[in-house]
Design a binder for this molecule. Structure first.
Ligand code: ZN
Ligand code: ZN
Length: 370
């Protein structure tokens, strides 16, 4: 069968003829892959900055943001049947007995670093005609999400972040006064840094939770992004026109900041505009561009005297996938055009290199396999 392989040793990537996987244990499921989304992680892997093939393989089959259709089930599979649409999780647990998160099926919090990730670290990914996976890593999506379900995996970043936000903020009286028709966060403001897929999906999640949401991003080149932000009812703060101080004057201080750029200088500049009791969520992974200057006295004073919290979040649990499936449906009910326009283009498997090597613009580019 066809698969897209990355060969780190020869620094090449191409379609390969890969052995078609078969069900080997009772709890396994065979999937026909329908779609795979391309993100910054994939681009880093084909730039050979990241990504490790499985032991004994020269190449890594790429792809982690996926949508598949069940074509065959093992004898012990209970809740899935052929024809079901599923989204696999990405990270698999480490083998160590002392890793409490992995032993509790929370490998997204693995402490040893010996986890594996499909399409990223020591496990083949989903850019292939067929894949075999254990039922415990599969999440069923309703049929009517077929056109957009490839967005579930990137949305899980926001789902995990916002569920932690509520848990972290349970440290103080932070719940807004109940108002009929308004969601739990209606008395708070949130600032999203960045208007890529992670930023825009994060903004949608924050709007859904009731936050008055602002998106700060250099957006002048993209009318689509501007429209998406407006359609979801968030406010665009155009970084081409507004400095951070201007943005702060427009929007006030922020109760939540959701960082989705991976730009540390910007992130630490924004910290100055964090409100008392606020939470700052890091989701981006910056390249190592060397030290930036930060007023650490000011930072530490604010953290202490204003009870602020900073936390980072990576990957996601099965629960976050289930939440993402539910919320993606709600996003589409509220903002059908905005959700549709997050997917900019679809490419056939043989053209995978086009969105991977930066020749495609837009928001989310997708490889349509079947
Ligand atoms: Zn990704
Ligand atoms: Zn672990």
């Amino acid at each position: 069968m066809r698969a897209f392989g990355v060969f780190p040793r020869n620094r090449t990537f191409r379609l390969v003829e890969h052995p078609e996987p078969a069900i080997e244990s009772g709890s396994q499921v065979k999937l026909k892959m329908l779609e795979v989304g391309i993100c910054g992680t994939d681009k880093e892997i084909v730039a050979f900055e990241y990504g490790t093939p499985p032991a004994g393989s020269e190449y890594l089959v790429l792809g982690h943001e996926s949508l598949g259709e069940v074509v065959e089930i093992g004898p012990d599979v209970k809740d899935l049947r052929p024809g079901d649409l599923v989204i696999p999780t990405v990270r698999r647990p480490c083998p160590h007995e002392h890793c409490l998160p992995c032993r509790a099926d929370r490998q997204d919090f693995c402490t040893t670093g010996d986890f594996t990730e499909r399409g990223i670290k020591e496990q083949h990914g989903f850019l292939a005609d067929y894949v075999v996976e254990d039922q415990k890593y599969l999440n069923v999506a309703p049929r009517d999400l077929r056109e957009i379900a490839v967005l579930v995996e990137p949305l899980t970043i926001a789902e995990k972040a916002v569920s932690q936000l509520w848990q972290v903020q349970a440290r103080l009286p932070w719940l807004c006064k109940f108002e009929p028709g308004k969601a739990a966060g209606h008395c708070h403001t949130a600032l999203v840094l960045g208007a890529g897929p992670v930023g825009l999906l994060g903004a949608m999640k924050l709007v859904l939770e009731g936050f008055q949401t602002f998106v700060y991003s250099k957006i002048s080149g993209s009318a689509v992004k501007r429209t998406v932000v407006e359609q979801m009812g968030a406010t665009l703060l155009d970084a081409d026109e507004l400095s951070l101080d201007d943005a702060h004057r427009v929007a006030g201080q922020f109760d939540v900041v959701y960082e989705a750029v991976g730009a540390s200088k910007l992130a630490f500049d924004v910290l100055r505009h964090l409100d008392t009791n606020a939470a700052f969520i890091f989701t981006g992974v910056p390249g190592r561009r060397g030290p930036v200057q930060v007023d650490t006295d000011q930072l530490m004073r604010d953290l202490v005297l204003r009870n602020q919290v900073l936390f980072g979040t990576v990957n996601a649990s099965k629960q976050s996938f289930e939440d993402a499936i539910t919320d993606l449906r709600e996003f589409r009910r509220r903002w059908p055009e905005a959700v549709q326009s997050l997917i900019s283009a679809r490419y056939p498997l043989q053209d995978t290199h086009v969105p991977l090597t930066g020749q495609a613009g837009g928001i989310k580019n997708v490889i349509a396999i079947h």
